[in-house]
Design a protein around this ligand. Structure first.
Ligand SMILES: Cc1cc2nc3c(=O)[nH]c(=O)nc-3n(C[C@H](O)[C@H](O)[C@H](O)COP(=O)(O)OP(=O)(O)OC[C@H]3O[C@@H](n4cnc5c(N)ncnc54)[C@H](O)[C@@H]3O)c2cc1C
Length: 461
């Protein structure tokens, strides 16, 4: 790293983070952290690294760098953890295979005409999406699943260690439970499919356990009779918003500067290297390196630097149902309803039901039929689920990469710009490890060989 403007960095790091509403009974405030980013990053500010994007990935990057003493500023155009990192299902699903797998395309085609299925593709003229889907299909092979698992499996193990470490060392209060989760199957076919997936995961060092119908009923009495399930002991659950903001607070304690409401429009480049970023108000922020952790957004910035990042927004939804007689049962377990791909995660005093994968572009339009898909599946698996109104209904956009692997590494033509996106359904799980991988790129010669496979150079360009 080059010289840094220590005074400027120190001045702007007077950011304060507060946790508001602890013990508050109001549902809206309960998960509200108040971030006061009053200090300005002005045109003369210079940092070691600018991180663009304050989701779980950008925050993890800022944390990893700040912990190593780098003067880092994180610029978020909205609020920290305001997008997918806010309302996801909160499962740390280590060892989970990629979305691409043999049979996925045929399954997808069948699901398109089924309103009860988790998949929805909005019928519309979107050549980029159809090109992406065609390319996605080319990765649905056994060979690709194997090579993806060679990376995802050790990444998952690293991720479990990272969560234990972070939550413990930084005292992040996010309802972290390392109790595993269950894939619960309604039908024999569903169970056969879940067992196949478990066998794959087992081959890569994890220890899933298959349960028959009776055992599954004993584990979770609130369940309707089911065909069986698979227990993933290595998984953990937490509140994703509390985790991300807690990690941001920890990054700030280590000296990171966090700014909300600051939009980056471009990376400043000269002679094949970045020297900072331009903001939407025309100001510039200098840096020795730039990290683009913008989720499915702002990918045009990388495109202008000669790297087309093959990511599509995959919309998912949640419904948070209060735990009460008229609402959700106080579930003993976290689980995914396998056939419906709906996650059920107990969080403090509510159960989060989350799922669906909707390809309809970059928008936050809530489609009632998608929320209904989640509600229907939840009601089928949990017959005692009452009609209490949800305390939150929400949608967020996953950054879904074309090959089911995160895209983390330097841009081929501007190597001091590192991209970290494309985590799809695993962004919470793989966020902290991605932060460490980015730190290896920025501060050292790059990560271990296996993680170098995640670079955007794998797509050419
Ligand atoms: C319903 C649902 C359930 C899920 N469940 C799980 C789960 O159980 N486990 C799991 O591991 N993952 C899960 N995921 C996926 C996970 O939420 C995402 O992969 C993850 O949140 C992506 O994080 P991110 O930081 O890359 O992106 P984001 O959270 O989208 O953050 C990117 C940030 O960048 C900011 N930004 C964009 N452009 C700019 C710009 N130009 N300037 C400044 N800021 C900018 C955005 O405002 C945003 O805040 C789920 C997702 C959904 C939708």
């Amino acid at each position: 790293m080059g010289e840094r403007d220590v005074d400027a960095a120190t001045a702007v790091s007077a950011l304060r983070l507060r946790y508001a509403g602890e013990g508050d009974s109001d549902a809206g405030d309960r998960r509200e952290h108040d971030v006061d980013a009053a200090m300005a990053v002005n045109a003369t500010s210079t940092f070691g690294v600018v991180v663009v994007g304050g989701g779980v990935v950008g925050v993890s990057v800022a944390y990893a760098l700040a912990r190593e003493g780098v003067e880092v500023v994180l610029l978020e155009r909205g609020r920290l953890a305001g997008e997918a990192s806010f309302g996801n299902a909160g499962t740390v699903s280590a060892g989970h295979p990629p979305l691409n797998k043999p049979g996925r395309v045929a399954q997808g085609v069948r699901q398109l005409s089924d309103p009860t299925s988790p998949l929805y593709v909005k019928p519309r003229w979107d050549p980029e999406l159809w090109r992406w889907l065609t390319r996605f299909a080319t990765y649905c092979t056994d060979a690709h699943v194997k090579s993806a698992m060679e990376v995802l499996a050790p990444m998952g193990m690293d991720s479990l260690r990272a969560f234990e470490d972070l939550v413990g060392r930084e005292g992040i209060d996010c309802g972290y439970h390392a109790d595993g989760y269950y894939a619960v199957c309604e039908t024999g076919d569903g169970l056969a499919d879940a067992v196949d997936e478990a066998e794959l995961i087992r081959r890569f060092g994890y220890k899933p356990e298959v349960l028959d119908a009776r055992a599954m009923g004993e584990v979770e009495p609130a369940l309707a009779p089911v065909a069986g399930g698979v227990f993933y002991p290595e998984a953990a659950t937490l509140c994703p918003y509390d985790f991300t903001v807690g990690l941001a607070e920890a990054a700030a304690r280590h000296g990171a500067v966090l700014r909300e409401g600051v939009e980056v429009t471009d990376v400043l480049v000269g002679g094949g290297a970045a020297s900072g970023v331009r903001l939407s108000d025309g100001d510039e922020v200098g840096a020795d390196a730039v990290v683009l952790a913008t989720g499915p957004f702002s990918l045009a910035i990388a495109d202008r630097l000669g790297a087309a990042i093959p990511v599509q927004p995959g919309k998912g939804y949640h419904r948070d149902i209060p735990i009460s007689e008229a609402g959700a049962s106080d579930l003993r377990i976290a689980c995914v309803l396998h056939e419906a791909s709906v996650f059920c995660t107990p969080m403090s005093d509510f159960v989060r039901f989350a799922g669906t994968m909707e390809f309809s572009g970059l928008n936050h339009e809530m489609r009632p039929d998608r929320l209904a898909q989640i509600a229907r599946a939840a009601g089928r698996f949990f017959p005692a689920l009452g009609s209490a109104p949800p305390i939150s209904e929400w949608c967020g956009l996953r950054p879904v990469s074309v090959d089911g692997l995160p895209i983390v590494g330097p841009l081929p033509h501007v190597p001091n710009v590192v991209v970290a996106t494309g985590h799809g359904m695993l962004g919470l799980t793989l966020g902290p490890v991605s932060g460490d991988i980015v730190a290896d790129w920025v501060l050292r010669d790059g990560p271990v060989e296996l993680y170098r496979r995640l670079g955007p150079d794998r797509f050419g360009g």
